[in-house]
Design a protein around this ligand. Structure first.
Ligand SMILES: Nc1nc2c(c(=O)[nH]1)N[C@H]1C(S)=C(S)[C@@H](COP(=O)(O)O)O[C@H]1N2
Ligand SMILES: [Mo]
Length: 311
């Protein structure tokens, strides 16, 4: 039997060779730390990625977006609809204790304490571009593990065709939920084969440290080939379902937001073009790439589908 090391499962371009050594060191450290400790201690013990904040690049030679930008310019409507509120107010979110229910069309439903969920798979660093539907993007060094690990353990039944994700609902901790800007709680969904794709991860950290609350602590989805809103934050439930979930954005505006939401420069948002994007920290816009640049890996999921109809 072929046993894969975590590194083998990573698409080769994710970490440039000059940072590979540091990543390995980090992964060993993280694995060690997680062996006997809960996540907060992982950070508290000062176990972090060497050289964080120095020049690091993704496969395409793109510079990482600085931590201060990733953690101060956020969409997290539970903490307000402007970009700067989440960093100022998400401190009210209590991320421990935290549990995530995995349920629905599965043979082994289970509610995990976050600490136990973290033991399911080794943590890896994944440097991904995140492209918001609003036209800005970032390059983020996430820490997480494949979503497929959680789904496999739940053992989906033959009826499971989609995965529905739900954010915490608690207006006392999430003041933005007192405003009916969305139908709370925030819900998102993926087709089962999208959810099982190795690029789809559950992230618990970035820049080698525990996720800042404003980035979706303690655990959030990251689906790099889709617009940022699919990457739901502060998840409390993962439900395998037979029918396509109705996401919060589809409910809010079905003309503007559909289920797939793959990054597609050829399909404009009804109110603006999606042809270009502005990388945070840069002045000039750059062209947006089909599937956010991950087409080689994910385009086959959509063979035969009209991506103008299924936008
Ligand atoms: N629960 C929840 N998840 C969410 C959002 C939100 O408002 N609530 N905003 C989404 C949008 S529009 C984007 S672009 C990304 C932003 O993630 P970031 O703040 O980590 O960059 O989170 C997504 N996940
Ligand atoms: Mo977004």
């Amino acid at each position: 039997m072929l046993i894969k090391k975590p590194a083998d499962t990573l698409p080769s371009e994710i970490t440039a060779p000059d940072v590979y050594r540091d990543r390995r060191r980090f992964l060993q450290t993280a694995a060690l730390a997680l062996g006997g400790m809960a996540l907060p201690d992982w950070a508290a013990a000062g176990e972090r990625l060497a050289n964080v904040g120095k020049s690091r690049y993704d496969a395409a030679g793109e510079k990482l977006t600085p931590l201060k930008d990733i953690s101060s310019y956020n969409n997290f409507y539970e903490f307000g609809t402007d970009k700067f509120s989440p960093a100022q107010t998400a401190g009210s979110l209590r991320t421990r204790p935290w549990s995530v229910a995995v349920e629905g069309e599965v043979r082994h439903p289970k509610t995990y304490a976050i600490e136990d969920l973290l033991k399911l798979a080794p943590l890896e660093e994944r440097i991904y571009r995140l492209r918001c539907v609003e036209g800005w993007s970032m390059v983020v060094p996430w820490v997480g593990f494949p979503l497929s690990e959680v789904i496999k353990r739940a053992d989906p039944t033959g009826n499971a065709k989609y995965v529905e994700f739900t954010t915490l609902y608690d207006p006392r901790q999430m003041p933005g939920q007192r405003d009916r800007v969305l139908d709370w709680p925030y819900v998102e969904g993926l087709r089962l084969d999208e959810a099982m794709h190795p690029l789809a991860i559950l992230a618990v950290g970035l820049y080698g440290e525990v996720l800042p609350n404003q980035n979706g602590a303690p655990i959030r989805l990251v689906v790099p080939w889709k617009y940022g809103f699919k990457s739901i934050k502060s998840i409390v439930r993962i439900r395998l379902v037979e029918n396509q979930p109705l996401s919060s954005w589809m409910k809010a505006n079905p003309h503007e937001y559909a289920f797939y939401s793959n990054v597609n420069p050829a399909v404009d948002h009804p109110r603006w073009s999606q042809a270009k994007e502005r990388r945070i920290g840069e002045f000039f816009k750059r062209p947006t790439l089909p599937f956010n640049g991950y087409g080689d890996q994910v385009a086959k999921l959509y063979t035969g589908m009209d991506l103008r109809k299924y936008f």
